[in-house]
Design a protein around this ligand. Structure first.
Ligand SMILES: NC(=O)c1ccc[n+]([C@@H]2O[C@H](COP(=O)([O-])OP(=O)(O)OC[C@H]3O[C@@H](n4cnc5c(N)ncnc54)[C@H](O)[C@@H]3O)[C@@H](O)[C@H]2O)c1
Length: 284
């Protein structure tokens, strides 16, 4: 069992599903976010409220950690100046603090939007060139490169998880991009318990019939997704508007992010259901 794990973005939607399983993998889970503390904590969990852009605060909560699971970020497209602090400087702070404190590995919530301008018909592998669709995706590219740099020069391991759509299925695009919460938990767990990862990139996607990405090069992670969005296909096609072949949102991996203006919210044109776990639902 690990001594200490750190989870950033712990008060976010994905963080809310990761806190409990991660708390079981270590003696101490430090959950951190810029938001106020949750109503209740899991056994072995401690909460630290901190801004990722504040190096001293990051350095403090990283001390003594075996690994960091870095999910904290602005999770949507926004003006570059808004992305810069949390997503770019925040990422640098995590890797630099991890290096200074002898952390072994960072597991990072990257995104399909790092490669969002590739065509959906290309079935891209994990070694495809960066092709961001937004400033948000550009920050994910920066952080993947930062992770590779710290592996190449400083032997700090990293697993960058290019998550597609970890949310309820509400569109035909999600039939290919869906990642269930159970599969997310399995993917993060494998990213932690695989003995050696060096620098690894993997896609965060369930076992969808219509998946548009290829994880075969990272089978050593032992990630074997159990869920498949195909069960929602009939319902999604019944509701779907006619397809416009010239719509970048249909053609490219990034979906709606591929068609919005730089700096404009992608979430504003997506129907993302906020089903984050609350303390009460999770019967703490
Ligand atoms: N949900 C998805 O489908 C998806 C897809 C691809 C990548 N991701 C990535 O996964 C991670 C989690 O996504 P989510 O859907 O839970 O998003 P979310 O917005 O619900 O959670 C992100 C959390 O980061 C925190 N945060 C933002 N700025 C911060 C700062 N300056 N300091 C400290 N904390 C800060 C927020 O308060 C929030 O609780 C993000 O990095 C996101 O980019 C998510």
């Amino acid at each position: 069992m690990l001594e200490k794990l750190v989870l950033t973005g712990a008060m976010g939607r994905l963080g809310s599903y990761l806190r409990e399983p991660l708390s079981k993998l270590c003696k101490e889970l430090v959950s951190t976010d810029i938001l106020d503390a949750p109503d209740a904590l899991y056994d072995g969990e401690r909460y630290v409220q901190a801004d990722l852009a504040d190096f001293d605060a990051v350095n403090d909560f990283v001390k003594g950690a075996d690994m960091v699971v870095h999910f904290g970020a602005i999770g949507d497209e926004a003006p570059f100046e808004v992305i810069l602090g949390p997503n770019i400087i925040g990422a640098y702070n995590i890797w630099e603090a991890a290096y200074r404190n002898g952390v072994r590995r960072v597991v990072y919530a990257s995104s399909i939007h790092a490669v969002g301008m590739h065509s959906k018909t290309d079935c891209i592998g994990v070694d495809v060139a960066h092709r961001p669709d937004t400033f948000y995706g550009l920050a994910k590219c920066f952080t993947e490169d930062l992770a590779r740099l710290y592996w190449d020069k400083r032997q700090l391991e990293a697993v960058c998880l290019r998550i597609l759509s970890c949310a309820q299925v509400t569109s035909t695009r999600a039939l290919g991009s869906y990642l269930s919460y159970d599969d997310l938990i399995q993917l993060v767990t494998r990213s932690i318990d695989t003995p050696v990862t060096e620098f690894t990139v993997a896609y965060g996607v369930s076992d969808n019939d219509r998946a548009t990405v290829d994880n075969s090069a990272v089978s050593f992670l032992g990630y074997r997704p159990k869920d498949n969005a195909e069960q929602y296909a009939d319902a999604m096609f019944d509701e779907a508007p006619p397809v416009d072949l010239n719509d970048p949102g249909e053609r490219f991996q990034g979906g709606p992010f591929a068609k919005i203006e730089l700096g404009a919210s992608g979430h504003a044109i997506m129907n993302i259901i906020d089903d984050r776990l609350t303390s009460t639902e999770n019967k703490l």
